[in-house]
Design a protein around this ligand. Structure first.
Ligand code: AGP
Length: 589
């Protein structure tokens, strides 16, 4: 997915405003970047391959007096990573520039028609939009031309169009866009976190809506009938500081360190929501958790928590697989979607189908106004604050903390959950102290040489094993496989040889003996055992102590792996915040 940013207002410093806005969106795509600004009825464009993090504009662009412009950070879908394929894309007559997030599924057929009259310079689907609007402008004013062109696009898209007439027109269908209303300055961004530095007053436009931004303000219209629609101003959560790494070298380390605060916030703010969710789960005939990646691991943990604490059965599915699993849904079903970004396309699509079957939708997300948030009949905001690092940490912990509250609320013991969560927050604070970090840094140095790493756990720790493997592989690029301890002997143990490292999750619960015997099976084949838990076992070659906090142990026990992943990335010379090939929110299939 990509990052879109746009500005129009009184001040004539649009190049620097847009560049700074894009830097706050870098985590959405870091293959290339570009800006286009309006200057005395001309459009000036600068774009290049590479991360925008340390980008500086050419002086003639930076010093342009311009009060309007758009920008883009790209995660390549169509077309290689080249300057020519970087956004913005201009029409032949350079009257308009376009930035885009999404995939134009019918761009080939559109391009074939347009090539007769338009000269193309890139391989992107986005450039088709610029020429399509240019074509429509021959017979229509700007807004109507964008409406007509946008309606011809198939797929899930969001665009921002800069006109040299001094307007920005945005349109949305399935990809995120949010507008900001400052004091005589107006903004568009792919993500609210890029607006907070400029304004907290946000307008979340809906799919099939279009907005026109100019010096006078913002107007929102329906794409269907072109009629003006009322737009609601909402106040964004979070502070500017949330969008900066502050004292930390990377966002990932900052967000790991914010976890105790996030857990305490969930306890303070989401208890009533947890009680309400428990009531909804009790009333439903079948509850289905769906999510992707790390969020799926939180759902899996929830399944075990609900069974163990409340004896209540819930189903869990990887969101992309739920498309093929949801035929049995009925109007009494409850589908609970967990998503940090609230924009994951693999979650949005099955939710749309579930809603069409009459199922009740619950959205547990970290982004106000996001697509999934708006789809929820029940809405829960995790309140973890903007999560910038691609590797999700504090949002994962917030989801599990919330699910633990719900599980205990199902049996009327919410106060027990609150106590355990507070203990877990304290234990994470202990783990983050310098003394404990040294051991983890040393272990990372040792693991950096590994070609394969395995992580195993049982019961509540199975999801921890999966999450640990994902964290390590996605930021350090070391192949890491997480699995249920009991599955080892069904194949994977064939891969264990001398020195193969394995993280073993051994909390003081009913899984302890069995997981220690799994560790022994690995050890007897030469494996290197890194035990994580409250009790040291002879089989451990390394032991990372995590004190017991009951069912909430699964939260604190993931922190060593989060830290290991971070320090492994540094050992490997990788950027923990912006792993190669990945994006913070997967908004394209
Ligand atoms: C997690 O570290 C990954 N970045 C990825 O698996 C992520 O959890 C997944 O894409 C789901 O994102 P979401 O929570 O925003 O829906």
């Amino acid at each position: 997915m990509c990052g879109i940013f746009g500005y129009v207002g009184e001040l004539e410093n649009s190049p620097s405003v847009i560049l700074e806005g894009l830097k706050l969106l870098e985590y959405r795509g870091y293959d290339s970047w570009g800006i286009a600004v309006g200057n005395d009825r001309h459009i000036v464009c600068e774009k290049q391959v590479g991360k925008i993090g340390n980008a500086v504009l050419k002086s003639d662009v930076l010093n342009l007096k311009s009060n309007i412009g758009i920008g883009h950070t790209r995660w390549a879908t169509h077309g290689m990573v080249t300057d020519a394929n970087a956004h913005p894309h201009l029409s032949c007559d350079r009257q308009i520039a376009v930035v885009h997030n999404g995939i134009v599924e019918n761009f080939n057929s559109l391009k074939k028609k347009l090539e007769k009259k338009h000269e193309f310079y890139s391989d992107t689907d986005t450039e088709v939009i610029a020429h399509l609007i240019e074509q429509e402008l021959k017979t229509k004013p700007l807004k109507e031309a964008v409406v007509s062109a946008f309606k011809k696009l198939k797929g899930l898209n969001a665009i921002a169009v800069l006109s040299q007439e001094g307007e920005i027109v945005v349109a949305k269908n399935g990809s995120p866009l949010v507008l900001g209303a400052g004091d005589s300055s107006y903004y568009v961004a792919s993500d609210p976190s890029a607006l907070i530095s400029y304004t907290k007053k946000a307008i979340f436009i809906e799919d099939q809506q279009l907005a026109v931004l100019n010096k006078k303000g913002i107007q929102v219209f329906s794409l269907e009938n072109g009629k003006k629609v009322a737009s609601k101003i909402q106040t964004l959560q979070g502070e500017v500081a949330d969008t900066l790494p502050g004292e930390y070298a990377h966002f990932m380390l900052k967000e790991i360190n914010e976890q105790p605060k996030v857990i305490r916030s969930v306890v303070e703010v989401l208890t009533d929501s947890a009680v309400d969710m428990a009531r909804e789960i009790k009333a439903a005939r079948g509850t289905f958790f769906i999510a992707s990646g790390t969020a799926f691991h939180a759902c899996l943990a929830g399944t075990y928590l609900f069974s163990k604490i409340a004896g209540h059965h819930v189903n869990t599915s990887v969101a992309s697989e739920f498309n093929y699993l949801e035929d049995f849904l009925n109007p009494k079903s409850l589908v609970i979607a967990l998503s940090q970004s609230g924009e994951t396309i693999d979650v949005v699509e099955p939710l749309n189908r579930a809603a069409k079957k009459g199922a009740k939708i619950a959205a547990v997300v970290n982004n106000l106004g996001s697509t999934i948030y708006r789809m929820g009949d029940i809405k829960v905001l995790l309140g973890a604050g903007p999560e910038i690092a691609v590797a999700s940490t504090k949002a994962y912990v917030a989801k599990i903390a919330f699910l633990l509250l719900v599980a205990y609320s199902l049996v009327g013991k919410t106060s027990t959950a609150k106590r355990l969560l507070r203990q877990s927050a304290n234990e994470i604070e202990r783990l983050l102290r310098k003394s404990d970090l040294e051991k983890i840094k040393k272990t990372a140095k040792f693991l950096a040489k590994a070609e394969h790493i395995y992580t195993i756990g049982r019961g509540l720790s199975y999801s921890t094993a999966l999450e640990s493997a994902l964290k390590i592989k996605e930021v350090s690029y070391i192949h890491t496989e997480g699995l249920a301890g009991g599955e080892l002997k069904h194949g994977t143990i064939a891969l264990v040889s001398r020195g193969t490292p394995c993280l073993v999750y051994a909390p003081s619960d009913e899984t302890y003996e069995a997981i220690i015997s799994n560790a022994t099976e690995i050890k007897s084949r030469g494996g290197f055992i890194i035990g994580i838990g409250s009790k040291k076992a002879d089989v451990f070659d390394e032991w990372i102590e995590v004190k017991d906090t009951g069912d909430a142990s699964l939260i604190s026990m993931v922190v060593p792996a989060q830290l290991l992943a971070y320090y492994l990335a540094l050992e490997k010379g990788a950027d923990p915040d912006k792993p190669r090939n990945l994006a913070k929110s997967v908004t394209v299939k």
